[in-house]
Design a protein. Structure first.
Ligand code: GRF
Length: 226
């Protein structure tokens, strides 16, 4: 049975779109039962509505504490029947009440190679630092920001000429490939967490098989359909 997912967004929702597209193509065995945004103006709400997916705005400003906000999120996600939660550009930190309700069932994507450049501006900070490689990370969410066990990472070259925008765009293109892949693995029950390590069952290839000089590196390697 497809895994019922709630997706939490704050903005454009291009990662949400990439997951929707891979569900539609049959590569991800999941069903999005609810999209929640903390921002009523998030374009991702329109993307969801266009696909006939239920949406809800839960504006953090209306709550007097993070705990109350967390409870409202939890109520919405639980009422929708979600069995896992995907954070796709969701710009709020989830508190312990929420995180503990979905142990190893919440994924986040971060536009940098964690643990480097955690925080709100991962791609911008990496470009400003002048790194030669950056990328993106999908990880399980724990109670610390941008910290939980890593599911998949993709590395891209960064150039001295890169601005925050050019690097972020290159990274975003890979986000759209690794996030649906990670969700597919979660939905298929192929991820097992042991401390900080995430084990992928039936891994089909190893990074050593990547062609030399590839424009990007993804580990574990992407499978067919991603
Ligand atoms: C992505 O870069 C994501 O990594 C970051 O916020 C951006 C969201 O983009 N957390 P979108 O809303 O999915 O288009």
């Amino acid at each position: 049975m497809p895994l019922p997912l709630a997706v939490l967004i704050s903005g454009s929702g291009s990662n949400l779109q990439s997951i929707l597209d891979r569900i539609a193509s049959g590569a991800v065995d999941a069903r999005i039962v609810l999209v929640v945004s903390n921002d009523p103006g998030a374009y991702g709400l329109t993307r969801a509505a266009e696909r006939g997916i239920a949406t809800q705005v839960i504006a953090h400003g209306l709550f007097s504490s993070r705990d109350e906000y967390d409870q409202a999120l939890l109520d919405a996600v639980t009422a929708a029947g979600a069995r896992a939660v995907v954070l796709a550009g969701f710009m709020r930190i989830l508190g312990p009440r929420f995180v503990r309700s979905f142990p190893q069932r919440i994924l986040n994507i971060h536009p940098a190679l964690l643990p480097s450049f955690a925080g709100t501006h991962g791609a911008r900070d990496a470009a400003a630092y002048g790194v030669k490689l950056s990328g993106c990370t999908v990880h399980f969410v724990d109670e610390e920001m941008d910290h939980g066990p890593v599911v998949i990472q993709a590395a891209v070259a960064a150039e001295a000429s890169d601005t925050a925008e050019t690097l972020a765009a290159r990274i975003l293109a890979l986000e759209h490939r690794i996030y649906p892949q990670a969700v597919a693995w979660l939905a298929a029950g192929r991820l097992r967490v042991e401390g900080r390590k995430v084990h992928l069952a039936q891994a089909r290839a190893t990074l050593a098989e990547a062609p030399p000089g590839a424009a990007y590196l993804v580990n574990p390697p992407l499978e067919q359909g991603f």
